[in-house]
Design a binder for this molecule. Structure first.
Ligand SMILES: NC(=O)c1ccc[n+]([C@@H]2O[C@H](COP(=O)([O-])OP(=O)(O)OC[C@H]3O[C@@H](n4cnc5c(N)ncnc54)[C@H](OP(=O)(O)O)[C@@H]3O)[C@@H](O)[C@H]2O)c1
Length: 399
């Protein structure tokens, strides 16, 4: 029976991997769940360990004494203020951890490292990218593009696995729908708080982004589906040394999802929502040369390329500062006995980015399907279930 190490065990993606492994003690003997904090109780085959991945390899090796496993699921992530700092910090966290496993001798037992990165692989935070996004698409580098720590992490796997007894798999989820406390990119929590406060204030439920995205296509990853994918890819021989998109696998749009969100919360979408004046609009230009520009010549669309923007009907960072918004949230918290910190920990900038981009995101699951992956989740079901889970956790009022 194999064992597993999961870093980032309390994160939105890592905790689901821990629970998926924890559900099957007949198959997974011991699961070492590692993070700086412990936020919940675990099944009997899961041992939580506190670790600070910002330590150097020697210190990490001390912290990792007695910990070894065939499979390493690396989902730790520490958000920094700039992409250069993300490169430095998150690149070093993975490299130092692998170095530490080598120092303790645990590397000899290792068979596969499953690294979680994301669809920023395609530079979609920098502007329009080619659709659908495929794993063979080129890395987005040069021409004023910021560093991308995913590239450093993947290069580390390629170089450090050479001549060793282990291989690797990398996943690219996009806009993760799930539950986590106090993390850096929490879509469902921020969206749920926006809807809850809008209802309390009896205001119209305006889509905070723009009509281009609303009437186009977007892609999402249910955290539980991502965990299932990681467990499948860990044990599937054909996945060795391969990168994979991991999204729900349905075709989705905001024009479909937003009315469903409105119905769940009992709020009203105005018939001409994009013509209304919200008072907290904002526009931010993204970098000059969008990712798609790199493939534009071969696709014959050099004259059709446009610079990306975040166009927000409701800039959520400004909205969250409105005194009546905070007051309405405090009233809801008091009425329903909710977690009062949820508002301050909500990730408004992230939601601005998710809803404000003015280009489609379509991510292809063909590569994994060709190797036998059959997993699928309806995005609305995943969002509705996550909102219910957040209500159970007392982060949102009960539906
Ligand atoms: N969330 C999304 O929507 C999304 C979408 C696409 C891709 N991704 C990618 O998925 C990966 C995982 O992100 P996530 O959203 O799951 O992150 P997350 O929810 O913020 O969780 C981060 C995890 O890393 C741990 N961690 C942070 N700093 C640490 C340190 N110094 N030492 C030990 N553990 C540390 C945290 O635990 P402690 O704080 O307790 O240490 C937590 O368990 C990242 O590469 C991210 O870019 C995320």
């Amino acid at each position: 029976m194999p064992s597993a190490i999961v870093t980032g065990a309390t994160g939105i993606l890592g905790r689901e991997i821990v629970f998926a492994l924890g559900k099957d003690p007949q198959k997974w003997q011991t699961v070492y769940a590692l993070s700086r904090s412990q936020k919940e109780d675990y099944p009997s085959n899961v041992q939580h360990g506190r670790i600070d991945l910002q330590a150097g390899p020697q210190e990490l090796a001390k912290q990792l004494q007695g910990i070894e496993a065939e499979y390493l699921f690396f989902t730790a992530y520490l958000q920094k203020d700039s992409e250069q700092e993300n490169w430095d910090t998150n690149g070093a966290m993975l490299e130092n951890f692998l170095e530490a496993l080598s120092m303790t001798g645990a590397e000899k037992k290792l068979k596969r490292v499953i690294l979680t990165t994301g669809a920023k692989q395609y530079g979609l935070h920098l502007g329009p990218a080619k659709n659908p996004m495929e794993e063979s698409d080129p890395e987005v580098k040069g021409s004023g593009r910021p560093p991308n720590f995913y590239y450093r992490q993947q290069e580390a796997l390629r170089t450090k696995s050479k001549g060793k007894g282990w291989d690797w798999v990398v996943t690219y989820p996009n806009v993760v729908i799930g539950v986590a406390k106090g993390n850096f990119m929490n879509f469902a929590t921020a969206l749920g708080i926006y809807a809850t406060v809008t209802k309390e204030l009896k205001e119209p439920f305006i889509f905070p982004g723009n009509p281009d995205l609303y009437t186009g296509f977007d892609c999402f990853t249910y955290s539980q589906l991502h965990a299932q994918f990681c467990l499948w890819a860990a044990l599937e021989p054909k996945c060795a040394n391969e990168n994979f998109n991991v999204v729900n696998g349905d075709v989705q749009s905001w024009q479909t999802l937003w009315p469903k969100v409105a119905t769940k919360f009992g709020v009203h979408i105005p018939a001409k929502q994009f013509s209304l004046k919200a008072g907290v609009e904002n526009e931010v230009e993204l970098i000059e040369r969008p990712p798609i520009a790199d493939q534009a010549a071969e696709m014959g669309i050099v004259d059709r390329i446009y610079r990306g923007k975040l166009i927000m009907k409701v800039d959520l960072t400004k909205w969250a500062q409105r005194p009546e918004v905070k007051k309405a949230w405090d009233t809801v918290v008091a009425r329903h006995g909710l977690d009062k910190d949820a508002f301050d920990k909500a990730t408004w900038l992230f939601l601005n980015f998710v809803l404000g981009k003015n280009s489609d995101v379509v991510i292809n699951m063909t590569k994994a399907r060709k190797l036998g992956w059959t997993g699928y989740y309806d995005t609305w079901d995943s969002l509705s279930e996550s909102l219910d889970d957040l209500a159970d956790e007392k982060i949102l009022p009960k539906f």
